[in-house]
Ligand binder design. Structure first.
Ligand code: FAD
Length: 451
């Protein structure tokens, strides 16, 4: 095979995509701008550099969705996971790695591969022809980001994620909360009941504001803040501007009647909006925050109806370049307007080292299939890989699309398995058992197709 796959960015996703494609026989050229052009977070010129924590999070492939993603990537001969296990450090149930030897090993493996070459250069424009994967990550360089924006429109490319916390629907107390859109707006019953509302009395509101103001916050890193504050303020900053600000903003109680207690008008209301097509996840509207994770859980659990809330992800605000994948990408991760370009990694709107590498793995395999004339079966959405790629390329709400970690809320529910906290262990085991069978079958099928 003399076809060349070009990959822009040699981070988590680009490195994994290159490995998968090169092992399948494609020639691969990685275009990496470091060390010539630096970012504010990377420190070296290594491929696969971890920019912040040294953890790949939980390694529990029976009870945890990210642990399952580890497992699936190992089955697919993933470079990032294999190398992570080689450089594992003691960290309880988490997979922590010795970051510099890890990145040095990833770099060495890629440079030693006979099918891979690396060009140390910044790519500043969208390539016109050939097969490409853009895996330039949350810190995509300015010129390339401008080129992507010119192709996809301003609204389709974000430079910050302002993430509101996402709650598992099954953990919300519906004896307290109720479904209703403000002023019952909407053409259909589904639209008129699109929001989940949590009511607050005056005392509860005052306690909530006190907790918000007192909570521990994280600070922006140097280089992170530019241009941010014009758009969406963290809720704690809104609260600092006045104790009533939130009651006239995201927590306004107007146009809503508490179906569980119609006689009493709530003093404030927290609204949650469905976050995925399955209806298993709800985001707390307007609650982007820089509170530390522990503080977020403590503060949000004071909201009536959310006392036992379990979070699929907590809120955050970060420098992060990502595209609106649900509208821009097809199910093969190709840019609809330019199908010779795929996207992979954090820029597709997944979040985290593992998820980014996972999307690189898939994009690499999808490129191989296309370039060798095979048809790749859809990745089952019952697997961690499939649940993630299905979410970003269609399952997520495009209008409110924000980066997503892998979590069991993205998986289609299982028949005959009970919901609720008490049955969680059995349910998660059933999810991971089903995923393992389906992932092995998909890998087997794709191996046969290639033969
Ligand atoms: C400050 C910060 C802290 C983070 N902390 C964590 C954390 O603790 N844990 C976690 O799981 N995730 C964290 N993330 C998210 C993390 O960056 C991603 O999870 C992961 O590294 C993304 O992988 P990627 O391959 O998509 O991007 P990256 O790993 O960033 O790789 C992208 C590569 O593209 C290169 N590049 C960019 N533009 C160009 C261009 N125009 N031409 C050529 N090359 C280019 C970059 O130099 C880089 O090597 C953090 C992100 C940031 C910004």
């Amino acid at each position: 095979m003399d076809k060349t796959l070009n990959i822009i960015g040699g981070g988590m996703a680009g490195s994994e995509a290159a490995w998968q494609a090169a092992n399948a026989g494609l020639k691969v050229n990685i275009h990496e701008m470091r060390p010539k052009v630096e970012t504010f977070a990377h420190r070296t010129g290594n491929l696969g550099e971890m920019v912040c924590s040294n953890s790949f999070r939980s390694d529990d492939h029976e009870q945890n969705a990210v642990g399952l993603l580890h497992w699936e990537m190992v089955q697919a001969n993933g470079l990032i996971m294999q190398t992570a296990y080689q450089h594992r450090l003691p960290a309880g149930g988490a997979l922590a790695v010795d970051r510099d030897p890890f990145a040095e090993s990833v770099t060495a493996a890629l440079l030693a591969h006979p099918n891979i070459s690396v060009s140390y250069e910044e790519i500043t424009a969208l390539p016109e022809d050939g097969q490409w994967i853009i895996a330039t990550g949350p810190l995509t360089s300015g010129s390339l980001a401008e080129a992507i924006q010119a192709e996809t429109s301003a609204a389709a490319l974000a430079f910050f994620d302002a993430i509101a916390p996402i709650v598992y629907h099954e953990s919300i107390n519906m004896d307290v909360a109720w479904m209703q859109s403000r002023y019952d707006k909407g053409e259909t019953e589904e639209e008129r009941t699109a929001y989940l509302n949590c009511p607050m009395t005056k005392d509860q509101y005052e306690t909530f504001i006190d907790a918000l103001l007192a909570a521990d916050k994280t600070e922006f890193k140097e280089g992170e803040t530019a241009g941010y504050f014009d758009g969406c303020l963290p809720i704690e900053v809104m609260a600092e501007r006045g104790r009533e600000t939130l009651r006239f903003g995201p927590m306004k109680p107007v146009g809503l009647t508490n179906a569980n207690d119609p006689q009493n008008k709530p003093y404030a209301v927290v609204q949650l909006r469905r976050d995925n097509a399955l209806g298993t996840l709800y985001n707390i509207v307007g609650f982007q925050t820089k509170m530390k994770y522990g503080a977020q859980k403590a503060v949000f659990k004071t909201i009536p109806g959310l006392e036992d809330a379990e979070f699929a992800r907590l809120g955050g605000i970060h420098r992060n370049t990502f595209i609106n994948s649900p509208t821009l990408l097809d199910d093969q991760m190709r840019l609809r307007s330019r199908p010779n370009i795929r996207f992979a990694g954090q820029i597709t709107g997944v979040e985290g080292y593992v998820e980014s590498a996972a999307m690189g793995l898939l994009a690499g395999r999808m490129a191989v299939a296309e370039m060798t004339g095979q048809t790749l079966a859809s990745v089952p959405d019952t697997t961690a890989m499939g649940a993630l790629v299905t979410h970003i390329t269609g399952g997520a709400e495009a209008k409110t699309f924000q980066p997503m970690n892998v979590n069991f809320g993205l998986f289609p529910p299982l028949d005959g398995i009970k919901g609720g906290r008490r049955n969680r262990k059995d349910r998660y085991k059933a999810y991971t058992d089903r995923a393992k069978i389906d992932w092995q079958a998909w890998l087997g099928q794709t191996a046969q197709d290639a033969a």
